[in-house]
Ligand binder design. Structure first.
Ligand SMILES: C[S@@+](CC[C@H](N)C(=O)[O-])C[C@H]1O[C@@H](n2cnc3c(N)ncnc32)[C@H](O)[C@@H]1O
Length: 314
């Protein structure tokens, strides 16, 4: 974990109180802490840094719960690598989703950026190319390890099924304009974001809301860590509500009755615009729409997902 992150980090277990963590670094290379411990003096919890990866979750030694285990499978990492970097691989008919998401980011923002549920990090790299520092967080150890490796080595080989037992190999090479010195990836929960309030000038939540166990708590956390004065929020989701992620009464859409009946995008929009004053200061929506993107199983089989998006500013 890069030392430059330290001033922004707080204890995820003490939230909503914000207590800074103190670092004891055992091994450090050029400002990158390879082994160490972050400790909270209030609750006495310790958060390890192992192989350069900060584990900023309240119970770092617990394994994945619910449906989260599938994001730890090696094949899933390779599928997301293809989905995030396919345009760099020159894949035919890949689509334009990645470049469209990047176009929605502020062209040049001196602020710090945050990508919640970053997976293997495409959008985080795009944010880093446009801001002073970009942080991606995900619960998946496999994804964070892969994103950090890509940042360090700047190239990565992987393969996916071509047909049956045949495999097709790919090699990602990061463009020179994407920086490694101002990007970081940490293991953290988007429901207990381990960063101080009012930290980030640019935030993103992409295809995550319908995966978390408490969607409103996720929006609340994103709102908390975004700058109060001047921030932009790129939000997208396919709204694939499922009880395997969250009980129906906590969905923010897709139901006939209840406070969040109707369509998810409409409900997220009105929450951001100040409904019930849950998310304050309120946001204004500058753009919305739908962008399709793909995830590959084998060379003749793809899943197409349509993500509805909002760009909010305040
Ligand atoms: C559908 S994927 C989307 C990944 C990426 N944002 C994208 O759009 O390609 C959902 C991601 O959220 C992560 N995730 C799920 N629950 C999470 C949580 N509570 N906190 C942080 N990440 C989470 C998963 O590990 C996975 O990487």
């Amino acid at each position: 974990m890069k030392r430059i992150l330290l001033p922004h980090i707080i204890c995820p277990a003490c939230l909503p109180k914000e207590h800074q963590l103190s670092l004891s670094a055992h091994c450090e290379e050029d400002g990158d802490i390879i082994t160490g411990t972050l400790s909270c003096k209030k609750c006495n919890r310790r958060f390890p840094i192992r192989d350069g990866i900060a584990h900023l979750i309240p119970d770092p030694d617990n394994g994945p719960s619910g449906g989260q285990w599938r994001y730890e499978e090696a094949e899933m990492t390779d599928r997301y690598l293809w989905s995030h970097y396919g345009d760099l691989l020159g894949v035919a008919d890949f689509g334009v989703a990645n470049s469209q998401w990047a176009e929605f980011l502020c062209a040049l923002n001196p602020a710090v950026s945050f990508d919640a549920g970053c997976s293997v990090g495409r959008l985080t790299f795009e944010m880093a190319a446009r801001s002073s520092l970009a942080v991606g967080c995900d619960l998946s150890h496999g994804f964070i390890k892969t994103a950090r490796r890509l940042a360090r080595e700047r190239q990565l080989k992987f393969s996916l099924p071509l047909e049956g037992n045949l495999r097709e190999s790919f090699c990602i090479e990061l463009p020179d304009t994407w920086r490694s010195d101002n990007v970081e990836f940490v293991i953290a929960d988007a429901l207990r974001v381990p960063f101080a309030g009012d930290t980030f000038g640019q935030i993103a939540s992409m295809n995550l809301l319908d995966r978390v166990s408490y969607p409103l708590a996720h929006l609340f956390e994103m709102n908390r860590v975004a700058s109060n004065q001047r921030a932009s929020f790129l939000f997208a989701d396919p709204f694939s509500w499922s009880t395997s992620a969250a009980p129906e009464e906590l969905w923010l859409g897709g139901t006939i009755n209840g406070p969040y009946k109707g369509r998810g995008l409409d409900n997220v929009r009105s929450l951001l615009e100040g409904k019930c004053k849950i998310l304050t200061p309120q946001w204004s929506i500058s753009l919305s729409g739908v962008i399709p993107w793909k995830i590959r199983t084998h060379c003749n089989h793809y899943e197409v997902i349509r993500s509805e998006y909002l760009i909010a500013m305040r």
